[in-house]
Design a protein around this ligand. Structure first.
Ligand SMILES: *[C@@H]1O[C@H](CO)[C@@H](O)[C@H](O)[C@H]1NC(C)=O
Ligand SMILES: *[C@@H]1O[C@H](CO)[C@@H](O)[C@H](O)[C@H]1NC(C)=O
Ligand SMILES: *[C@@H]1O[C@H](CO)[C@@H](O)[C@H](O)[C@H]1NC(C)=O
Ligand SMILES: *[C@@H]1O[C@H](CO)[C@@H](O)[C@H](O)[C@H]1NC(C)=O
Ligand SMILES: *[C@@H]1O[C@H](CO)[C@@H](O)[C@H](O)[C@H]1NC(C)=O
Length: 473
């Protein structure tokens, strides 16, 4: 009778022992990790945290000086909140959630610097070398950039090449630091309140959006210079008349191409490319951001005109047509103001038209460089898998390509005579020696490596393609 009790009376003691052991090791582990992370954060980042906190203070001052009532509230060395003044009338109603736009926007300045400074080193045009470098480049990725392909992938590569060839350069046709000053011209109706035309035309390159007309009627407001135009796929139908008048304004298609686009391309002499870059998941949405990305990938200084970014607007208008609805002005305004105070863009608008060109309250390139370095180190210490040190730390995929300016020029064999005489070659076989000195220096510093975003993938993952340097130096 007593025997059967024995094991059952012993088991609880055994279980207790195991539990005690588990609890003890958990406590030891907790203490260990507490001290480990504690010392790690302290020793690694004290100086970087100080640099970034100083930078936050500069950004706060900049927003106070330039934000028309916007204020920045610092949360920590990375995070801050931009607040609209109390009583700001938020009239934009989100029809889905039945809410008005909030008056506060939280940002991670460290991430924003990393993201936007990275664009200065990026290639934002889709190339053949990019598709070759990606393991899934031709089969899956290429198929994603073609609408109405009629197949789930590019297993018939001839078909995909046919559709992509007219807009697929062998190598990057444009280069980081290629231009000193660029103007990005939005379509806002506020352009009609100023006469920025001459100022816009004085830039080394001018980037415009979709169907924005450039002609004598609007010249004093938006200028006449035509270098780049970003278009969504829907504009293909009108592009022949939109591009009329300039045989070398470069068209960069933002989203996907399709058969209609190729028909259109066949009728115009202008170079056409596909934009290469990830869908921006943070910050302000909209077409304007892609233009800023394209500009930053080629230009040192980016001046924006015709983006409705300053207070006082109750509806969104275009300088050449009737008002449209459906924009969220406060979110955009806050983000553009942040970008100006991070030294990414310079805002020009009617409310600033009479101000002197004084950018002294925007943090200097030197300060931004130091903050960028600190943000990079901080990120590396937080994420052990954040790649290795150095400028190629984010390169997840490597490829090799021929020398600068070599390889076939965009186009296809059956192009019309108009296209055969097109100005693709003006960019694609430009001799290295005729590039701007800063662009040459950057190329050498980057050891001939072009960086591309890994579209649709993690923000930090890059595709990096190496070009031989001998032919240049
Ligand atoms: C906010 O703006 C709307 C439309 O412009 C206007 O009808 C409304 O009266 C305004 N509200 C306040 C409190 O100013
Ligand atoms: C692949 O596409 C090309 C071009 O459209 C076509 O001529 C060819 O027949 C296709 N091949 C196959 C196997 O479907
Ligand atoms: C281009 O513009 C010229 C005059 O500016 C006009 O004669 C011509 O018809 C236009 N072509 C197209 C395709 O719109
Ligand atoms: C290319 O553009 C230039 C102006 O930049 C123009 O003079 C020339 O006719 C265009 N076409 C070709 C084939 O170079
Ligand atoms: C960008 O390029 C410069 C050289 O012009 C280099 O020093 C820097 O490390 C690069 N930064 C990134 C994030 O690639």
């Amino acid at each position: 009778m007593t025997r059967p009790l024995k094991p059952s009376s012993r088991r609880p003691a055994f279980v207790h022992l195991i539990c005690a052991a588990i609890v003890f090791s958990l406590i030891v582990f907790a203490i260990q990790s507490f001290f480990f992370t504690g010392t790690r954060t302290k020793t690694l980042n004290a100086e970087d945290v100080q640099i970034l906190s100083g930078f936050q203070a500069d950004v706060q001052q900049c927003v106070a000086n330039r934000g028309f009532g916007l204020t920045a509230q610092i949360i920590d060395h990375c995070k801050l909140v931009l607040k609209f003044p109390e009583g700001t009338n938020s009239t934009w109603l989100n029809p889905q959630f039945k809410t008005y736009e909030p008056l506060e926007y939280k940002y991670d300045v460290c991430e924003a610097i990393l993201l936007w400074e990275q664009y200065r080193n990026m290639t934002t045009v889709l190339t053949r070398e990019y598709l070759d470098a990606r393991p899934d480049g031709w089969m899956d990725y290429a198929a994603k950039r073609i609408a109405q392909l009629g197949a789930k992938d590019c297993s018939n590569r001839t078909l995909c090449e046919e559709l992509l060839n007219p807009m697929l350069p062998a190598k990057p046709p444009f280069h980081p630091r290629q231009f000193e000053k660029c103007a990005v011209v939005g379509n806002s109706g506020d352009l009609l309140k100023t006469e920025f035309g001459e100022e816009i035309d004085s830039h080394d390159a001018v980037i415009r959006d979709n169907e924005a007309p450039v002609n004598e009627k609007y010249a004093k407001h938006v200028g006449l210079k035509r270098d780049f135009r970003l278009g969504v796929r829907g504009t293909a139908r009108n592009m022949v008349s939109i591009l009329n008048g300039s045989d070398d304004e470069v068209l960069v298609i933002k989203s996907v191409t399709h058969r209609d686009f190729n028909k259109m391309i066949d009728m115009i002499p202008n170079p056409v490319y596909l934009f290469q870059g990830i869908v921006l998941r943070r910050g302000a949405k909209g077409t304007g951001m892609k233009s800023v990305e394209l500009a930053l990938s080629m230009c040192d200084i980016v001046d924006i005109y015709g983006f409705t970014v300053d207070p006082g607007y109750t509806e969104w208008t275009r300088y050449f047509s009737e008002p449209r609805k459906g924009h969220n002005p406060l979110q955009g305004r806050a983000y553009y103001q942040l970008l100006e105070c991070l030294g990414v863009i310079r805002i020009h608008s009617p409310m600033r038209a009479k101000r002197e060109q004084d950018w002294s309250d925007v943090p200097s390139r030197e300060k931004i460089g130091r903050a960028h370095a600190a943000a990079t180190r901080l990120k590396r210490s937080e994420e052990s898998e954040f790649g290795e040190e150095g400028q190629f730390g984010n390169c997840k995929v490597w490829g090799n390509a021929g020398a600068y300016g070599s390889g076939p020029v965009s186009g296809s064999r059956d192009m019309s005579s108009k296209r055969r005489n097109s100005n693709y070659s003006k960019w694609e076989v430009m001799p290295f020696k005729s590039l701007r000195r800063e662009a040459q220096e950057h190329y050498m510093q980057m050891e001939g490596v072009s960086l591309y975003k890994m579209d649709g993938n993690k923000l930090d993952d890059l595709v990096c393609v190496r070009h031989p340097l001998e032919s240049e130096s």
